[in-house]
Write a new protein. Structure first.
Length: 364
């Protein structure tokens, strides 16, 4: 009886600059829908949202010109936020982005609300000002890190009085579920990220060129590209220079990445620097699609307890090929175990449940 009473007391506000289609925004949406399902009043404060993220289950409060870096807008935001908290009787605020944390955390501390912050990556702190800016995400009443890698990155900055918890970013395992049999797969080695300087597309091409002949004959690379950015054009030139037009297929950016996972033989994460959490690793495994990834950061945590032989040294072709060869030769076995592993460890349901526990403990 007491537990139910405590749950009803919670009124939550999540703050994020905009509700796009990225991993952080999806997590905010998942938490909001979970709270609504539990009949817990909650709101999202943002400037705008993608139409695909709008839902009858979301109570989104829009504030135009939500520019935290503009002094005039800051004052306007604080007045609006104070009124919103008082009118809706909000007693917990969850911030999932650095800008609102930097400009609002001290203001919120003067109000009668508990503050939760989420840290999603090891942010660059090459100078004092940058470190100071980033540190505001560590000033909530409770800090949620999406991996032990990220948590350990901030160990020296965390005040001993603050509580922190690792809650891995969850995915919708009901959505990321394959309905196609394994024998319907195409010969794609898919890298599920837009082309950028650190996602490793150029390195993957380099490694692909070094593969034994039979692998190049049987498999082709699949990239997402609009052929407009500087990095995308750079990759186009590399493809033409190496006469790989028939070995690398390009598809336009899409929201329905599920269909691509469903027909790909293997997913490759090639990030050249550590990721806080590899969302595409969980998505592909949930679709029963094997994935290989660099042995560092959050992706190491995700795969190490599933199958460490799927990890490789990003700077070693030999290590990459060993993981690739293993994944190809053991495809059926890996596929059969992958989904259950994600459902058990990385579902959005589990993420939301653990987050709600933190909320409840804070307000009581």
């Amino acid at each position: 009886m007491t537990l139910q009473k405590n749950i009803k007391k919670l009124v939550c506000l999540q703050i994020i600059p905009s509700m796009g289609v990225g991993g952080v925004e999806t997590g905010v949406r998942n938490i909001a829908e979970y709270l609504t399902k539990k009949k817990i009043k909650n709101f999202i404060l943002c400037e705008s949202s993608h139409k695909n993220l709008e839902s009858d289950n979301l109570d989104i409060v829009y504030l135009k010109n939500l520019n935290f870096k503009n002094l005039f807008h800051q004052k306007k935001i604080k007045i609006f936020l104070k009124n919103l908290i008082n009118q809706k009787k909000i007693n917990l605020v969850h911030i999932s982005s650095r800008a609102p944390a930097f400009f609002l955390i001290n203001f919120l501390k003067r109000m009668d609300v508990k503050i939760v912050t989420s840290v999603h990556n090891k942010y660059n702190s090459e100078n004092f000002i940058k470190s100071w800016y980033n540190s505001h995400l560590l000033r909530g009443d409770h800090i949620i890190f999406n991996s032990h890698f990220v948590q350990n990155s901030y160990k020296n900055l965390l005040a001993t009085s603050l509580k922190s918890t690792v809650i891995s970013r969850g995915i919708d395992t009901n959505y990321f579920r394959s309905k196609k049999p394994l024998n319907n797969l195409k010969n794609y080695l898919f890298i599920p990220s837009r082309i950028s300087s650190w996602k490793g597309h150029d390195l993957l091409i380099n490694y692909y060129l070094q593969l034994p002949k039979k692998y190049k004959e049987n498999f082709m690379l699949l990239f997402i590209s609009s052929h407009t950015s500087k990095e995308e054009i750079k990759i186009d030139k590399i493809v033409k220079k190496n006469d790989l037009m028939n070995k690398i297929k390009f598809i336009k950016p899409t929201l329905d990445i599920k269909k691509i996972y469903e027909t790909s033989f293997l997913v490759i994460n090639m990030s050249i620097r550590p990721e806080g959490f590899g969302r595409t690793v969980s998505e592909s495994l949930s679709m029963s699609c094997p994935v290989i990834a660099p042995n560092m950061g959050g992706t190491r945590e995700q795969l190490n307890s599933f199958n460490s032989r799927l990890l490789f040294d990003i700077n070693s072709f030999r290590s990459f090929f060993k993981a690739l060869e293993y994944a190809i030769n053991n495809h059926k076995e890996i596929s059969s175990n992958a989904r259950n592993y994600v459902v058990k460890n990385y579902s959005s349901e589990l993420m939301c449940k653990n987050t709600l526990e933190i909320y409840k403990n804070l307000i009581n």
